[in-house]
Write a protein that binds this ligand. Structure first.
Ligand SMILES: [Zn+2]
Length: 435
């Protein structure tokens, strides 16, 4: 038994080695050959159309498969002619854009490398179809829902949106064997009970409330194990497992129920890395899955490794924590309080200033800030309004060795030593030390 197992393993490693592209090689290919050059959050439907023109020029089949509610074109790309049907779609939530450029780059790299053995293998094993930017109206406004105000990902059964009807009909007329449902999650999601952001989370989506496990689900677990192993080279500890509560109106759950076992990929955030880094990680994940399917190496991965991925956890991370601030309310000068201020940013397009809000005030020792500052030497005053939970994080910092009469009404007002505004140091960066 042991010998057989070892032989099988040696054979498997050998087979995988023939076509295997390491994660590092995939990253290098992306660096050299990716064509997307606009940050995902700034990519509009018109930008997508330009990318698709480039793909058509390269020889990729691009079909117009319908119109959004506001009459924007929705497209499907196709590569390969193999028997295994793989279907991917991105950005059904308009403000969840990372996978859209990753899909474009994936088709580009596949098409440009058709002379390579590993791409030939994909081409003859798989037919790949993908819909980038299913919700172009939402993408142009950078909103979650479609322009009717309906969450397309809760419209799988009602089909009140044209976008949902297109998605369902693409599945029903082709009946793919694997689905990839591509989203973005809250950037403050943690990978397990840790301080690490879940930069990417996966879910093997079941097709019923009982979580009945089919062959397709077990294969998908192996695929996630393969993708996770590849990504661990870049983001160790930053991979999570998305919650698996049954949502029959959601498309992932419905695809799985209709016979297309689906993998949900949710891109989160990674502090100090830009959006294009996350595009690269998506690209590596997709290509790893395709290659593992094409060369059969997915069979070498254990579905049990999927179950070991730490679960997504919320509430442990905040964007900024200002520790030990002596909070002054000029209207109540007798009662300064010392507390930690927890600040979170709202999801926005990259170039807009970040709305930052005070979400927690108190002793936040169990919470980790992606950035932390030690304000123990400072008075902190609200720039426009008194500091309270829910107000904008517009903060003035005054050194505590200064003598300031907070009740005084005369001008000029005392000049602050540092100002925190729209999520950054507007004045006096470095004055309040980092923790
Ligand atoms: Zn989403």
């Amino acid at each position: 038994m042991k010998l057989v197992f070892s032989l099988a393993l040696v054979m498997a490693i050998f087979t995988a080695g023939v076509f295997a592209q390491t994660a590092a090689e995939l990253a290098e290919i992306w660096e050299k050959e990716h064509i997307t050059n606009i940050l995902p959050s700034n990519t509009r439907h018109k930008d997508l159309i330009k990318y698709l023109d480039d793909l058509r020029t390269l020889g990729i089949k691009v079909s117009d498969v319908g119109r959004s509610y506001q009459n924007r074109e929705i497209y499907q790309l196709e590569f390969g002619s193999g028997p295994l049907k793989v279907f991917m779609w991105s950005q059904m939530h308009g403000d969840e854009p990372t996978a859209t450029p990753a899909l474009i780059d994936m088709f580009t790299v596949l098409q440009k490398n058709r002379d390579k053995e590993w791409v030939k293998q994909i081409e003859k094993t798989i037919t790949l179809r993908a819909v980038p930017m299913l919700n172009p109206d939402g993408a142009d406004l950078f909103i979650r829902r479609n322009i009717q105000g309906i969450d397309i990902n809760r419209d799988a059964l009602d089909l009140k949106t044209p976008e949902a009807r297109i998605l369902k009909s693409l599945r029903d007329t082709w009946e793919p064997e694997i689905g990839f449902n591509l989203h973005n999650q809250n950037a403050l999601t943690a990978a397990g009970r840790t301080n690490k952001q879940a930069a990417i989370s996966f879910l093997v989506v079941y097709g019923d409330a009982e979580k009945t496990e089919t062959e397709g689900h077990i294969r998908n677990k192996r695929l996630v194990a393969a993708m996770t192993q590849a990504l661990q080279n870049f983001i160790p500890g930053h991979i999570g497992r998305y919650g698996d509560e049954w949502t029959p109106t959601a498309f992932g759950d419905s695809f799985s129920a209709w016979g297309t076992p689906t993998i949900l990929i949710e891109t989160g955030g990674l502090h100090r890395e830009d959006e294009m880094y996350l595009v690269k990680l998506n690209f590596i994940a997709f290509m790893t899955a395709l290659k593992a399917l094409a060369d059969g190496s997915e069979k070498n991965f254990s579905p049990a490794n999927y179950d070991l991925i730490p679960r997504n956890a919320g509430g442990q991370l905040m964007n900024v924590i200002i520790r030990n601030a002596t909070i002054i309310d000029p209207l109540k000068p007798n009662g300064p309080t010392v507390a930690d201020l927890g600040i979170n940013f709202e999801r926005r397009r990259d170039q807009l200033s970040t709305p930052a809000f005070i979400r927690r005030i108190g002793e936040l020792t169990s919470i980790h800030g992606l950035e932390e500052f030690d304000a123990s030497g400072f008075y902190v005053v609200g720039r426009f309004d008194p500091i309270k939970t829910g107000s904008r994080a517009e903060l003035l910092f005054f050194r505590r060795d200064r003598t300031i009469d907070w009740a005084a009404t005369e001008t000029p007002q005392p000049e602050p030593d540092a100002i925190f505004s729209t999520g950054r140091w507007f004045k006096g960066e470095g004055v309040v030390p980092k923790k």
